[in-house]
Every structure is written in C-alpha cells, then in structure tokens.
Design a protein around this ligand. Structure first.
Ligand code: PSU
Ligand code: MN
Length: 314
C-alpha cells in the first residue's frame, strides 16, 4: 500500500508511538480567506502541539501526498493559486498529474489511515446538502467515515447542511456519531442544532477506547466526535438561520453546483455576518485540535493496553 511522504517530525513521532493528529488542508485553501487561513493553519498546528501531539497537515504538493507540511507548502496552499479541492475521487488523479491539491475530510482520512494516524481534527464535515432529494448532493465525507479507520473531531456538520438527513445517512452507514460533553448534536457555529446526537461521551479516554475497540472488532470505518464550539465564540442558530436561507437562495439563483457549493456558502455567510463566522470558525477548529490531541494520547495508551489481550474474548 502506498503511504504518504511523512515529514521528519511526523515520521519520528509515528515510529516512536507518539500521538499524532492529522489536519486537513481544504479548510486552508477553500474554506477561509487569505491571510486568516494561514494564521489559522499555524495556530491549529500550535494547538495540537500544546495538547502534547504532533500535527500532520495533509495535502498533495506537486503530485506527492504528504503528511506534515513545511512553512513553504502551507503558504502555497493558503495563497490558493491553482490548488485543487481533493476528495476521494480526485486524489489519485491529482497525484498522477503531478499537481497540487488540498484534501477534504474524505481525502485527509484516506491519507491519515495509510500513514497510521488514528485521529484527525477539523472544523465541520461535509454532509447532506439541503435540497439533496433533488440535487443528490451528499458529501463523500460521509461514506469515508464508514470506510477509513480514523476518529474525526469536528463541530458537527456545517449548519448550511440538512442536519437531520446527514444524521440519518451516518446511521445507515454505521458511523458512530458521538457528541462530546452534551446530548445535543452541535451545528458548527452554534452549540446546539435542536437534534440530539445518537451517542454521547464525556472524556477522551472513553472515546479512545471506543476507537480501539472498533478496530479490534474488525469494523471498517471511523467515528465522528462532534465537539461543540466554545460557548463564548458561538453564534446562535436563531441568528444564523435566516442568513443561511439567504445564502442558500443566492447560491441556487446563481446555479452553483458540485464542489463549489460549500466554499460559496461559507463565503456568503462570512460576508453576511461581517466576518463573525470566521472568528467562530477559528475558535472551534482550535478547540477541536486540542480535543484531538487528547484523544490521540489516549489512543496510544488504550492500544498498548489492548494489545496483550488480542485474541482473548472481549
Ligand atoms: N468545513 C469548513 N470549511 C471547509 C470544509 C468544511 O468549515 O472548507 C471543507 C472540508 O474539507 C469538507 C469539505 O471535507 O468542505 C466538504 O466539501 P463537499 O461538501 O464538497 O464534500
Ligand atoms: Mn457536494
């Protein structure tokens, strides 16, 4: 199996069994405007380090799939010129053509799994778009959660999505959706979506044990840990709902489809909230990086405890 090129730091951490947290790059290239995107990319790596783990930002640079980026690569992605948005369908094509691309949640999970990284922190996953019953727009992130053995820490799915349908699809695919520290499924910029998450866990060690147990059972796929945005940074859903509806109507009127939908909606909401969604986005990604680091540490411990009992009855 082809593995990503590991930076020296990531390679050394994985070889020594130290905790590593994967980070995606589409949020840098397509999710946030310059120069906030570069600042946040660096800050999020800093949060992972402060949490005692090594960050492994993932992208394809000149045809090479890499885990752990140097400053030049990070800057190139943030500047965003001729950077493709890569999901499962695009990854191998971009590599074969020797091009540069940023990985979505789905593509980052693929790379993390092949590098041997168990935890990945981001802002929000893709999901079922509103109007999917006619557009069929369902992010490849959902099926990836059912296939690649990575625990993804996010603040739920973006509030621009159809959250009830997103939860239904995740249930169908057998993906554990675990709210962290509360019953409600969070809605990205808001702590509560009005829906309960199917599962709840309150501490990183139990989440880590669930990750390891899932692997020990031979179940494919990972888990989604839905971590609510820190209270002081949240934008309540009541305030966002009319703006989301407006952004959605504008995108529809302009016939935006495919990969462009998510970046266009996020950018419209940034404008409509005077940049407040950006601040919220930064706060939640940082918090998720911290939680990801804690879970990664606990997985290292849980894996060591589970190993000697392999083959014994569960
Ligand atoms: N969440 C954000 N900003 C983003 C994304 C998520 O706050 O840019 C990106 C992630 O990379 C996610 C992707 O995997 O959007 C989903 O895109 P699509 O719906 O086209 O699959
Ligand atoms: Mn889509």
């Amino acid at each position: 199996m082809m593995r990503p090129d590991l930076s020296d730091e990531v390679g050394a951490a994985l070889a020594a069994g130290h905790p590593v947290v994967a980070l995606e790059s589409t949020i840098i290239s397509h999710g946030l405007p310059w120069p906030r995107n570069l600042e946040l990319a660096r800050a999020v790596e800093g949060e992972v380090r402060a949490g005692g783990a090594v960050p492994a930002t993932i992208a394809v640079i000149d045809g090479r799939l890499r885990a752990g980026l140097d400053a030049a690569a990070l800057e190139r992605l943030a500047a965003g010129e001729r950077v493709a948005k890569l999901s499962r369908a695009d990854l191998a094509v971009c590599m074969a053509e020797g091009r540069t691309g940023a990985t979505t949640v789905a593509a980052t999970m693929i790379a993390a799994a092949r590098a041997g990284i168990s935890v990945f922190a981001t802002g929000g996953i893709g999901g079922v778009h509103r109007g999917a019953e006619t557009s069929f727009d369902i992010s490849a992130d959902l099926r990836e959660l059912a296939q690649s053995p990575v625990t993804v820490v996010a603040s739920g799915a973006k509030a621009i999505l159809d959250l009830p349908k997103t939860l239904e699809v995740l249930e169908t695919l057998g993906v554990p959706v675990i709210a962290h520290g509360q019953d409600a499924f969070p809605a990205f910029w808001a702590r509560e979506s009005g829906l309960d998450a199917p599962l709840r866990m309150d501490d990183p060690s139990t989440i880590a044990r669930a990750h390891v147990t899932r692997g020990a059972l031979g179940l494919a796929g990972g888990q989604l840990v839905a971590n609510p945005i820190p209270p002081q940074a949240e934008i309540p859903l009541s305030e966002l709902a009319p703006l989301i509806a407006r952004a959605q109507a504008e995108a529809e009127a302009e016939a935006v489809t495919g990969k462009a939908v998510t970046p266009v909606l996020l950018d419209r909401l940034r404008v409509l909230t005077d940049g407040r969604t950006l601040d919220a986005n930064a706060a939640l990604v940082r918090a998720n990086a911290r939680l990801g680091a804690a879970i990664a540490q606990e997985i290292v411990t849980a894996a060591a405890e589970t190993a000697p009992r392999r083959g014994a009855p569960l």
